[in-house]
Design a protein around this ligand. Structure first.
Ligand code: SF4
Length: 171
């Protein structure tokens, strides 16, 4: 599994990257967005409009590379400009996760420490924390996941039956 942190430097490589790595034995990719520190500029951080465009691209790529891009559509929707700042301003990760520095001291609110700029966070853990702590989001997520698995299984079986019937007709 690959973790890809989307920044201003690498966001234009996403499509090529997915295509290239999907042809290897790697099982999948998780995309998240760069988390800046307070006061940091836009050297690495994509602004909200840019992030929204990348999310559109990721959702479109998921249609082609379903099963290889592992983050759910719901999480990517939570990462959009209309929802993300409201979610991260409450630091959802710190409510269910924990981080320690090399000396074993707790790092608050997360791995980045006190200078983390939560208002621009793109960390996947932040959004999964939101999902895990809100039943109204979690239940549809489970339902969507179960439905996707059901559809995938159905497609596999239909394809197997199709191949079998082709073989039988050929004989
Ligand atoms: S993971 Fe949570 S605490 Fe850390 S920067 Fe992002 S929003 Fe803030």
């Amino acid at each position: 599994m690959i973790a890809f942190c989307v920044t201003r430097i690498n966001y234009q490589c996403i499509a090529d990257m997915v295509k290239e790595w999907s042809q290897t034995s790697v099982k999948g990719i998780v995309f998240e967005f760069y988390r800046p520190m307070k006061g940091e500029g836009n050297e690495l951080w994509l602004n909200w409009a840019e992030r929204d465009k990348v999310i559109d691209q990721l959702l479109a790529l998921k249609e082609t590379y379903r099963g290889f891009i592992h983050v759910s559509d719901r999480i990517y929707h939570l990462m959009r400009s209309d929802l993300a700042p409201k979610i991260t301003q409450n630091g959802p990760f710190s409510k269910i996760g924990f981080s320690y520095d090399p000396m074993g001291k707790p790092k608050i609110p997360c791995q980045l420490g006190p200078n983390a700029d939560c208002s621009r966070c793109g960390c996947i853990l932040s959004f999964y924390s939101m999902l895990l702590t809100h039943r109204s989001l979690l239940i549809p997520e489970f339902a969507a996941s179960a439905w996707r698995k059901l559809i995938d299984q159905y497609k596999i079986r239909v394809s197997a039956i199709h191949h079998l019937s082709q073989k039988i007709t050929a004989h």
